[in-house]
Ligand binder design. Structure first.
Ligand code: ADP
Ligand code: F6P
Length: 447
């Protein structure tokens, strides 16, 4: 069996490695199976004198190899080009994108640094699987260094329409970088169609395929059922005093539509006053990428909006919105999702949105909550039982919430069953196994 080499910007920290819980890590553990694996990426640290060779540690059949970045490289590669330019552009937010030639140069330099550090660790038969927008040029950089094995790439975020992509300076070079891979995976048909249009126009032969990412629903369901009865679950239920819980869980990111969500909730309270005093919205949004300008602006906006909504809408014995920017442990969150009557997921654009799938998995099948889901999440293509809406319209959000709050139990069960089947079919493990199988069968590129 070929060795699998996974490359991602973030690699599980030593503490996470012993349990390998959470999203990508869980999915990849499944793909790894009994295979020998090397996982390569950024250590999460910067240093003025990063060692030229990676730091390697082992855990069973998995080796972890990480490198530090120079502070200036981190700035330009991670903060600048990856999260200040590609992230907003790929999420259709051209107005938020900031391009600087020095950031672009740092992005290319770090990809070269990754390739230079990884190449000596590679063996001819390795299967290489590169992840996400930080590392698009890595495959081509490895080919230039003589790697002739199979190269796969999966993009976890959306790929924009060609008219949006056009705004990217040096976009042709990045497109040629995509074309260096043997297998390219995207989350949805729409994303694949967008990239394939550009690849065809550029005269490249490779085509992207769709591999929608999933979760491990059975494990998540067990965690949720246990945590809902744990001390935090009990405290949350007591604090709700029989009010219906509307729950939002996200990184504090402008792609998640959190201001739109708050305005939609405010509109619910104004237009459907029968819910006043009977619902509580809990938004958990720990700070993410807090050193990127656009994220700091969002935080200020939400602080002000949450304060205004509570100031205007609260009554002396009821506060409608609880807003937390600290982190909550994953299993506690799973329990909260089980307690919630409504999962409210509002991205303005999202590759998949795993929170939506986790909400489904967390429900009590006998009395499930309802999922109110933005049509702009990749998950909306799979979860037909959700109440799908357009988060740009606060009235539509309010109407969807009102319908969700008043759904009869029988209809909630039918909707949930449909969603559960989709979530249970397309697990994280199936996603990773499918991708690796495709890569294994791809014709090895000529050396
Ligand atoms: P993204 O990859 O953009 O962060 P996803 O919804 O696809 O969005 O995946 C997020 C993952 O991180 C999920 O597994 C989710 O449970 C976890 N997560 C999201 N928000 C939080 C939060 N507030 N606290 C803890 N974990 C979170
Ligand atoms: O899904 C997008 C993504 O960039 C993941 O690759 C990443 O793990 C997550 O969001 C959190 O972002 P960051 O690594 O920038 O903290």
């Amino acid at each position: 069996m070929s060795r699998l080499v996974i490359v991602s910007n973030r690699v599980p920290s030593p503490r996470e490695r012993s349990q390998l819980a959470g999203g990508l890590a869980v999915a990849l553990r499944e793909a790894i199976g009994g295979r020998e694996t090397l996982w390569f990426g950024w250590s999460g640290s910067t240093s003025q004198n990063p060692p030229a060779t990676p730091r390697v540690t082992r855990l069973g059949r998995i080796g972890f190899a990480t490198i530090d970045l120079l502070p200036a490289d981190y700035e330009g590669y991670y903060r600048g080009f990856s999260n200040g330019m590609l992230w907003p552009l790929f999420h259709y937010r051209t107005g938020l994108a900031e391009f600087r030639r020095e950031d672009h140069a740092a992005y290319r330099r770090v990809n070269e640094t990754f390739a230079a550090a990884l190449a000596p660790l590679l063996r001819p038969g390795d299967l290489l699987w590169v992840h996400d927008y930080h590392l698009i040029p890595l495959g081509a950089a490895l080919r230039r260094r003589g790697f002739s094995g199979r190269l796969g790439f999966f993009l976890h975020v959306p790929f924009p329409s060609p008219t949006i992509y056009e705004a990217l300076p040096q976009g042709d070079a990045l497109l040629a970088d995509f074309a260096a891979y043997d297998v390219i995976g995207l989350q949805t048909q729409q994303d694949a169609a967008n990239l394939n249009t550009l690849l065809a126009e550029g005269g490249f032969a490779v085509r992207a395929s769709v591999f929608p990412i999933g979760i491990e629903p059975h494990a998540f369901a067990r965690e949720a059922a246990a945590a809902a009865e744990g001390p935090e679950g009990v405290r949350l239920r007591e604090s709700l005093a029989d009010r219906a819980l509307i729950l939002g869980v996200d990184r504090l990111d402008y792609s998640k539509g959190i201001p739109q969500r708050f305005r939609g909730f405010e509109q619910l309270l104004k237009r459907f006053p029968e819910h006043r005093g009977r619902v509580t919205m809990l938004q958990i949004a720990p700070v993410s990428r807090g050193d990127v300008t656009q994220y700091r602006a969002l935080r200020r906006e939400l602080d002000e909006l949450a304060g205004r909504i509570n100031g205007m809408q609260a009554e002396f014995d009821w506060v409608p919105l609880r807003y937390l920017t600290q982190t909550v442990p994953r299993n506690t969150l799973a329990g909260f999702q089980r307690i919630a009557a409504i999962g409210l997921v509002t991205p303005l654009r999202d590759g998949m949105n795993l929170v939506a799938k986790e909400f489904v998995a967390a429900q009590d099948p006998q009395n499930p909550g309802a999922l109110v889901l933005s049509r702009f999440a990749g998950a909306a293509h799979e979860l037909a039982g959700a109440l799908v809406f357009n988060p740009y319209d606060p009235d539509e959000t309010a109407e969807a919430l009102h319908i969700a709050l008043t759904l009869p139990e029988a209809e909630r069960r039918v909707r949930w069953q449909q969603m559960w089947e989709a979530v249970a079919r397309n697990t994280a493990g199936a996603w990773a196994r499918n991708f690796v199988a495709r890569l294994e069968h791809a014709a090895a590129a000529a050396a």
